[in-house]
Design a protein around this ligand. Structure first.
Ligand SMILES: [Zn+2]
Length: 122
């Protein structure tokens, strides 16, 4: 399952951030999901509990925000925020655009609990 491996690699980032800050736990993970990323939010939500089990983020809430799709026109260089099935330039209407944002999954922010003792990370 693609979403599980996506989730697991995100958790590596989250755990590293938690370690760097000496956090005892992670309370919330905020993701930005690009509509063109190929990641299904629903599947990601199902994979999430498997990925966080036994980690410092085992109790973390998952928040997913939908990212905008932005394309740049190859004709007039205008950048336009578009919807998934209509990747047209907003200035000249040309279809020869390139996606510059909206095709990735980004870890936006991680909320940490640093009040307790960090877990043993020998
Ligand atoms: Zn254009």
């Amino acid at each position: 399952m693609h979403e599980l491996s996506v989730c697991l690699s995100l958790m590596e980032q989250v755990e590293q951030i938690a370690r760097e800050h000496g956090a005892s736990s992670v309370t919330r993970i905020i993701l930005s999901v690009g509509p063109l990323s190929g990641v299904e939010s629903e599947l990601l939500r199902h994979a999430y509990p498997l990925a966080i089990a036994g980690t410092v983020a085992a109790d973390a809430e998952l928040v997913m925000e939908s990212a905008d799709i932005v394309v740049r026109c190859s004709q007039c260089e205008t950048e336009t925020t578009v919807v998934p099935n209509k990747l047209l330039c907003g200035a000249c209407g040309d279809y020869r655009t390139r996606v510059i944002s909206g095709d990735e999954l980004t870890l936006m922010s991680v909320e940490l609990d640093t009040s307790g003792e960090p877990p043993d990370t020998r």
